[in-house]
Design a protein around this ligand. Structure first.
Ligand code: ARG
Length: 464
């Protein structure tokens, strides 16, 4: 490459950069998506330069109008990027100089790409956090609606993927609503700590021109300013924190995906997702595949990978800005893009789900699942739990030996465990009654779930 071709630096160098070095350093193809934030920062900066007298009123007006035009070009997809544009900041300055001549070269005073890129990325991250939270709410609403529609449907509750105790279908659906609630709150918390302006920090040590950090914060809508110019330019914990929140979110989405995969197999047969959210096989005409759910599970890997890449990137970097930090953007962008792809698709898949009441009830009605209820009934009759556990264990063994359900045991066998038990036996082994007994907060009784549902709706409403 030659010197003097519109790049931001080069005066002290004998030759232009080697092609391989340039190719390594170019970031324009990915940082171009920060154009809105970059132009907003530049407009705030032009206003500051005018306030301190580095730009006169006419110069400021011309630069500001050019920055607005530049935004229109980007919005229309018509901004002319050149191979000599090392990054977005350089591309915009080159374009300004082409438009305005020497005036365009005045904008750089008092600002470095080191503070500029952090300002851009903080603004972008905050907006991304808002979009992610809105998409989480979309999925929560789909789950809430399904929970409300299936408030009293019996479903099996599992531990170790073995049938454990009966629940109502709303309970696992609401479990995901609460997980997603915390996921959204983590994203929002990360956003709160990102909400600090850094312009005025310069390359590392601030600037000598009298630029006012508070005014940048006001102009760009930040809640406040960062206190230290080195912290401002060197820190990326706001990126790590958002990526960490997204990685945790991705694990929730992956687990929800896994439930859908499992529940839609012929072996479980609990749910069928709509045609628009399942796919066929190119070879096997009968297939209905849960690809959306599988991709929710599969895509979590890359979000976790983004967090890992970012942690490895930042670890061990000396203060303050290092060029390594240019590598912060692609993993963050990818993590945000990925969860924003998965969330609406999963919301649609959940919304389209049709549950099979009979199969769910049948799976919930295995009366061995009520052995714990029997043991707790014995506790209420005064038996120590350790002893009750053993007595019921013997009843389970007897039933297994006879090849019957617990309900099939003769009264005299049941009475071995406790003389009062035969009279209560049928009610104890009714799954509907078992679910209704759990009427405390967080339990599965319909009224408890109904009030949980209304608290869940209130919690979700705080996110919007
Ligand atoms: N493109 C760089 C980044 O994303 C910003 C430029 C800072 N470069 C520099 N040589 N100081 O981090």
């Amino acid at each position: 490459m030659t010197k003097g071709d519109g790049r931001l630096w080069g005066a002290r160098f004998g030759t232009g950069p080697e092609a391989s070095a340039w190719a390594l350093g170019v970031s324009t193809h990915f940082d171009v998506r920060l154009w809105r934030e970059d132009l907003a920062g530049s407009r705030a900066h032009a206003a500051e330069l005018a306030r301190i007298g580095v730009l006169d009123a006419a110069g400021h007006a011309a630069i500001d109008a050019a920055l607005v035009r530049c935004g229109e070009l980007f919005a229309a997809g018509g901004f002319p990027l050149e191979p000599t544009d090392e990054d977005l900041h350089g591309a915009i300055e080159r374009w300004l100089v082409e438009e305005l001549g020497d005036l365009g070269g005045r904008l750089r005073a008092g600002r470095s790409r080191n503070d500029q890129i952090v300002s851009d990325l903080r603004l972008w991250s905050m907006e991304a956090a808002d979009r992610v939270v809105a998409a989480i709410v979309g999925l929560q609403e789909a789950l809430l609606d399904q929970a409300e529609a299936h408030l009293d449907w019996l479903a099996p509750g599992y531990t170790h993927l073995q049938r454990a105790q009966p629940v109502v279908l709303a309970q696992p659906l609401l479990a995901f609503v609460w997980m997603l609630q915390r996921d959204a709150e983590r994203v929002r918390d990360a956003r709160g700590r990102t909400d600090r302006s850094v312009l005025g920090s310069g390359a590392v040590a601030g600037q000598t021109l009298g630029l006012d950090p508070e005014r940048y914060a006001d102009a760009l809508g930040f809640a406040g300013t960062i206190e230290n110019s080195i912290d401002a330019t060197a820190s990326r914990d706001f990126v790590l924190e958002l990526a960490a929140a997204l990685a945790i979110l991705a694990t929730t989405l992956s687990r929800l995906g896994e439930e859908l995969v499992l529940w839609s197999t012929s072996e479980f047969g609990f749910v069928r997702m709509g045609d628009g959210f399942t796919t066929g096989s190119s070879m096997m005409p009968q297939k209905r595949n849960p690809d959306v759910a599988e991709l929710a599970r599969g895509k979590s890997g890359r979000v976790i990978g983004s967090l890992t890449a970012l942690l490895a990137l930042v670890k061990g970097l000396p203060l303050a800005y290092d060029r390594d930090l240019q590598e912060d953007k692609e993993p963050l962008f990818d993590a945000v893009d990925t969860v924003l792809l998965v969330l609406p698709a999963l919301a649609g898949a959940i919304g389209s789900a049709v549950f099979d009441r009979e199969r769910l009830a049948a799976a919930a009605s295995d009366d061995f699942a009520l052995a714990t209820d029997v043991a707790e009934a014995l506790v209420l009759l005064g038996v120590p739990f350790r002893d009750a556990h053993e007595r019921v264990g013997r009843l389970v063994a007897a039933a297994e030996e006879q090849g019957t359900a617990l309900a099939g045991l003769a009264d005299d066998v049941v009475a071995h465990a406790h003389p009062d038990l035969p009279a209560r036996w049928a009610a104890l082994l009714d799954p509907q009654a078992a679910v209704a007994r759990r009427d405390g907060r967080g339990g599965t009784a319909v009224e408890a779930v109904r009030s949980q549902l209304s608290r869940a709706r209130e919690a979700v409403a705080t996110l919007t």
